[in-house]
Design a binder for this molecule. Structure first.
Ligand SMILES: [Zn+2]
Length: 481
């Protein structure tokens, strides 16, 4: 229980009163100093909001179903959190009508790899010694309090949703103690984001193992955390820094085995100087499995990618951060044969922002420049790596990733009348990849609940959030020098 992160009933009610009738978020946040109510009130608040019924009318719709191209003057009808129908002139009785003219409607973007806890450190990083990402993050991570974790997670969640990302696979590798994982979960529960919390160890450099009892405990009681299936659990796993350290390897295998026993998804980084040896260890140790996601693997050997495919494992590519920390050039063509593949942000702080359009653009431009071929990139295929294929790569393809009747209504709308877009395009996919920004996302729904409307986050109290961010930064800056 982390009472200092809780919201009082008064704050909840007060927040909802000032928000619109469609709010799914409390409009007020308890300040870190507030130590009053139990956290149970907060969980019920977000869960008790009813899904909405609405129909977006006359939009240009990209369902992202295989082989389906853009559909003009098309309606998307949402009932009780699911896609009811996609088509022209839908009756949609009892549904609120939303004007989609001049807009592109598509599935919410799926961020297959993130580290959301560190978001408020964004302004501390720079491309010079003393301000580089890894040493600074490793130094400050140990000074994170539960409320700092809350702030990082919540900031990222709200930024993601505002940017059209409706799902994030969150590699939580600053899991210092149960209060931190509770804070992360509470932040995610209070955001509208669909997320998987991958529980890791206490820091990237920690020699200690992951708190497997905590993982088991959370898994046992997951129904109380899942927010109607919006949140899920997994393992943020790492290979030991020294692959020849038998004791460390045995510990890592216990962690892996526990996740497999609990049937939880596993994510593992393959990156840095030893990345070929790391991938080899995953293959030799028979760690590859459909529940396993390999992150980065920037210039993985063909035989390793073949083994990954054969085992049914997946890959997450995060071109912006891979370039920023000089892992190498992320070439889409290098991963052309990988069956389960998705794109990700990899930390809003390191990526600069939660901009999946920029992630797609970076992947496209890198491939075009490196190949010398302007036709080397298929924008529709790139879009799939941020929606349908991304969802499939993290094991959620049956729930999200396309606008298909029966699936979860994770839907976004972009207004093409913005200055940087200008007009309804003949090729929406190319416009989205090369021109769109998060600012163009005018509406976002997750599980059918509208979280952003007319370009504004519903129920977000920016002043309260800023106060918590400032408090967290004041705390963390003490350890900068
Ligand atoms: Zn990562």
């Amino acid at each position: 229980m982390i009472d200092h992160l809780s919201f009082s009933r008064r704050q909840l009610l007060g927040g909802m009163a000032v928000a619109t009738g469609t709010s799914l978020l409390p409009g007020a946040y308890a300040h870190a100093a507030t130590r009053a109510a139990s956290s149970s009130a907060t969980a019920s608040a977000s869960a008790s909001e009813q899904p909405q019924r609405f129909c977006i009318r006359n939009a240009t719709v990209l369902t992202m179903e295989p082989g389906q191209t853009a559909m003009e003057n098309t309606d998307v009808w949402v009932v009780d959190g699911r896609i009811e129908a996609v088509g022209q002139g839908l009756a949609a009785e009892g549904a609120e009508s939303i004007d989609g003219r001049g807009c592109i409607v598509m599935p919410g973007l799926v961020d297959t790899h993130n580290h959301m806890w560190q978001t408020q450190m964004r302004g501390m990083f720079a491309q010079r010694e003393g301000a580089l990402f890894f040493p600074l993050t490793n130094r400050l991570a140990e000074h994170f309090r539960p409320e700092d974790t809350w702030v990082g997670e919540y900031l990222a969640a709200m930024e993601n949703v505002s940017a059209g990302i409706t799902t994030s696979n969150d590699f939580f590798d600053n899991n210092r103690n149960p209060e931190h994982s509770a804070a992360a979960l509470e932040a995610l529960a209070h955001s509208p984001l669909r997320a998987r919390l991958l529980l890791g160890n206490e820091s990237k450099t920690a020699k200690n193992g992951i708190d497997l009892e905590r993982l088991r405990e959370l898994n046992r009681g997951w129904e109380g955390h899942s927010e109607n299936g919006r949140l899920s659990l997994g393992l943020a796993w790492r290979l030991p820094e020294d692959l020849d350290d038998l004791e460390a390897m045995a510990m890592k295998r216990r962690e892996y085995d526990t996740a497999r026993e609990l049937e939880l998804p596993i994510a593992v980084h393959v990156s840095g100087e030893a990345h070929h040896a790391m991938f080899a260890r995953l293959v030799e140790g028979e760690f590859l499995h459909p529940s396993v996601q390999v992150v980065h693997a920037t210039d993985a050997r063909g035989e390793h990618l073949d083994a990954l495919n054969a085992a049914g494992a997946s890959v997450a590519l995060t071109p912006i951060t891979e370039h920023r920390v000089a892992y190498g050039l992320t070439r889409l063509s290098h991963f052309a044969a990988v069956e389960r593949l998705g794109l990700g942000i990899d930390g809003n702080a390191l990526a600069g922002s939660a901009d999946m359009f920029a992630v797609m653009r970076t992947a496209a431009l890198t491939e075009i420049a490196a190949s010398g071929d302007q036709t080397a990139v298929d924008c529709q295929a790139l879009l799939a790596l941020a929606t349908s294929r991304a969802a499939e790569s993290i094991g959620l393809g049956d729930q999200i990733g396309t606008l298909t009747p029966g699936k979860q209504a994770d839907v976004i709308m972009l207004d093409t009348r913005a200055l940087n877009l200008g007009m309804l395009p003949s090729d929406p996919a190319a416009l989205l990849v090369f021109a769109a920004t998060p600012a163009n996302v005018s509406l976002v729904a997750v599980q059918g609940r509208i979280a952003k409307r007319d370009g504004h986050m519903v129920g977000l109290d920016s002043d309260e959030l800023q106060a918590r961010v400032t408090d967290s930064l004041d705390h963390l800056r003490q350890y900068l020098a």
